[in-house]
Write a protein that binds this ligand. Structure first.
Ligand SMILES: [Zn+2]
Length: 237
């Protein structure tokens, strides 16, 4: 069981390591996430500008028609008063048209600039990309190794479990599941090394004898002698 616990410790460590990418991988993810957020923001700005541009175009078209209309009228006026009124309408329409033209040019320029910014951000940076690829591939490789390790440890654990009686095996797995992955506990200075509950003397003696499975009276983990060396083939003990 001691060897088995060692294998399960290894398995849980490897599984945990797989869940914990190294700092450079995390930093890379963060950088990419930030870069993507900035790009999304720029693209949203472009979309908003284009939306406004459509409105400006529409307004420009309307005021152009107004202007044409009044310019035609100018040729048909019959007195000074009508002439003054038409001129004033023409002035007004011209101003409106100019305002929209200026805004259209502003928006066109802004969209062009944003487009260039987006393009330069998206452009491949070969050096940076190969460095990123190295980090990503390194981590994928590590994860693959860890997966392989888990598999190997599980095979070893299965083999060891064959040596246990079905009852002991069931007990071990029950404890492993209910006791946060720690099914066994050493005895240190007469106490359980995990929960520190003091063993009664007769239990201590039975643990020393190694003839049966003794569990901690408080945390119920299987107890073993700290001086028992893992790997000496103590079977059920
Ligand atoms: Zn205990």
């Amino acid at each position: 069981m001691i060897r088995l616990q060692g294998l399960y410790d290894g398995i849980s460590q490897a599984l945990q390591a797989r869940q914990a990418p190294p700092p450079e991988v995390k930093a890379l993810d963060e950088t990419n996430r930030q870069r993507q957020a900035e790009l999304t923001d720029l693209e949203a700005q472009v979309a908003a500008h284009k939306e406004e541009l459509r409105e400006v175009h529409k307004g420009e078209e309307e005021w152009r028609l107004e202007l044409e209309h009044f310019q035609k009228q100018k040729g048909m006026v019959t007195n000074e008063r009508e002439f003054t009124a038409v001129i004033s309408e023409i002035d007004y329409a011209t101003k409106e048209l100019d305002t929209r033209k200026a805004r259209r040019e502003e928006l066109d320029a802004a969209i062009r600039e944003l487009g260039e910014d987006i393009e330069s951000r998206q452009q491949a940076r070969p050096e940076e990309e190969s460095a990123q690829k190295e980090i990503t591939e390194g981590w994928e490789h590590t994860k693959k190794d860890l997966k392989l390790k888990v598999h190997e440890l599980a095979v070893d654990a299965n083999a060891l479990e064959e040596e246990l009686s079905p009852k002991s095996r069931a007990l071990f797995h029950r404890l492993l599941k209910s006791k946060k992955g720690i099914a066994i506990a050493g005895v240190v200075d007469g106490s359980c090394s995990v929960c520190h509950f003091k063993l009664r003397p007769h239990l201590m003696q039975r643990v020393r004898r190694c003839e049966e499975i003794i569990t901690c009276e408080f945390c119920h983990r299987v107890l073993f002698r700290e001086d028992a060396i893992p790997g000496t083939g103590d079977g059920d003990g």
